[in-house]
Structure formats: structure tokens, C-alpha cells
Design a protein around this ligand. Sequence first.
Ligand code: AKG
Length: 292
Amino acid sequence: MTPEDILQHNPNVVSQAQRKQYFQDGFLTIPDAIPAEWVERLRTLSEQFLDASRRFSVSDNVFDIGPNHSTETPHVRRLKALVDRHPDFWAFASDSPLTEIAADLLGPDVKFHSSKLNYKWPGGGEIVHWHQDITAWPHTNYSLVTLGVHLDDVGYEEGPLSCIPGSHNGELFVQRDEDYRWTGSISDNDMAGVDLDSAADMQGGPGTVTAIHCRTIHGSRANLTKRVRALPLFVFASADAFAWMPPPSPTSKTGEIVRGEAARFAHFDPRPCPVPPNWAIEGYNSIFAAQK
Ligand SMILES: O=C(O)CCC(=O)C(=O)O
């Protein structure tokens, strides 16, 4: 769907002014969007999985294990395919205020794409370099959004997500090195033409939702605190957006309609999109592994 079409539908929880802001900037921070009970449930699940990771030492389809991981001190960079990890993650994605927000930004017919939980540990190990999400999972159009949920306070020190306003209307960069290997990040050369001074942090307390348009350039700095910063992320698409390459992190729910109805026609946006590796053949671990 186009932003104009989406704005014609009455919103559920996001105000019309916020929706316009989202389409203008390519991102939106929504404070107090998720009730405390949900935040607490997500936090508890996150802690349980971190604890369970102590028994593992190599990355698999559940955990992306970082280089300093041990039984005593877990260093998990990502819990993968959240909705397959616990039914409550799927309940949250498919029937909660989060799903309402997705519908407000994508239109009444919403398709679930993927989900993960990123951990940013104290120090610079999980710096996320500037990138655009859609080049990893291209679709026939660009009506996709990544929604993140703050489980705790996320301020400057915690390494919040940071976005370049208006970059969703600019070009899509090839996230590969000189040998055309996937890097998952935009090269310094390409970033030289981007106004980094305009970058805006997405800060906020527990229950804040961060919405990032799939074309928006974003990243996150080091965690300067002594605590891990956990960030569950959920990707949704308008029902009329169809993937044209295998997804990097498929889940059993990928492609399910969570609001409204399945599309009878695909919508095609003519703006070109670089072709990612074929993840079904090459496999995918996480953005942290790719950006190393
Ligand atoms: O975890 C973060 O800080 C950013 C994650 C991100 O941008 C991504 O996984 O695409």
C-alpha cells in the first residue's frame, strides 16, 4: 500500500499526526505504547532464554552466540525467530497493541514477516553499523516496518537505535564489499553522501515502540552502561507486499496474515532494489555476524 492509501484508513492507536511524521521521516518513536504486563512478560521470557543459552556454545537456529560466551557469562547476540521460541511471543506479534500499531503504519491488511531479540552487551561488541533492512529481505513494494519494543529505559548510554530522517526516500545501497560479499552494512564510501549530523536517536522508557521503515538508514552505537540492552524486533508487511527472495530468518509464521485479509493482487513499486544473497542456499546467522 502507498502512504496515501494507508492514511485514508482510520488509525487504531497511532495518531494521524504521528502517522504523517512516520511517512515523512521514515521512523517514529511511540512512548508508552505497550502495557506494563506485556513488557514484563517479554522481559521474563528474554531472561529465561538468556539463562538457557548457558548450555550452548555454538550458534544455531535459536541463538547467535557471541565470542565471549560461556556457561558463567552468557554472551548471546540474538535470539532468533522469536515467534517459534514461545507461544507468548507469537501472541504478542499477532494479537496485541503491537499488531494495532503495525496496522496503523501498513494499512488494514497486515502480514507477519519475522522477529528476533537483539542483545547489546556493555562495550562495543554489538555496534550495529548503518544499514537498510529491505536489502536483506526484498519485497515487491516497500510497505514494511520493523517494530522494536523497549523493555527498559533506553537513553543515549544504552546505544539506542538511530535513524537518518528522510533516507527512506533516497537510494537503496548495495550492502556488499569490493568482492561482492554480503556485509549487511552500507560502505563508508556510500555513507559519505549521507547527512550523519541529522541522525536522530530513538530513546524512551519501557513500553516505547520504535517503528523503522524498511528503507530507512539506521544503526546503533555501543552500550556504555554495565547492563545488557535487550531489544525484541518484529517485522510486518502490508499484505500486498510479497517477498521475491527467500527470507534470511524464516519462522513458522512468516507470511501469516495477522490483521484483515490476504491480498488478491500484489503491489509493485518500480524503485530498484539490490539483490541479496540467496539465504536458502548461503544461510544466514545474524546482522552481528554479517557486519563483523
Ligand atoms: O539491535 C540494534 O540495536 C539494532 C538492530 C538492527 O538494526 C537490526 O537488527 O536490523
